[in-house]
Design a protein around this ligand. Sequence first.
Ligand SMILES: [Zn+2]
Length: 69
Amino acid sequence: MPSPSSQPSEQNQGACPICERTVPDTAEAQKYHPFCSRRCQQVDLMRWIDGRYAIVDELPDEDEFAFDE
Ligand SMILES: [Zn+2]
């Protein structure tokens, strides 16, 4: 049980990590927890994939080079 008085950042609890809006307490919104909507969930996913592609992006070049030999 968190005690409300000792948590200064409690305001942020239940807020969407993408748009920082408070996630509505509806079944629909809770489906995408901790995001407020499907859109924000996908934005997070895209960011994640984006980071992965950025790393992977450097590999094919090397691979192609080795394949060339
Ligand atoms: Zn959001």
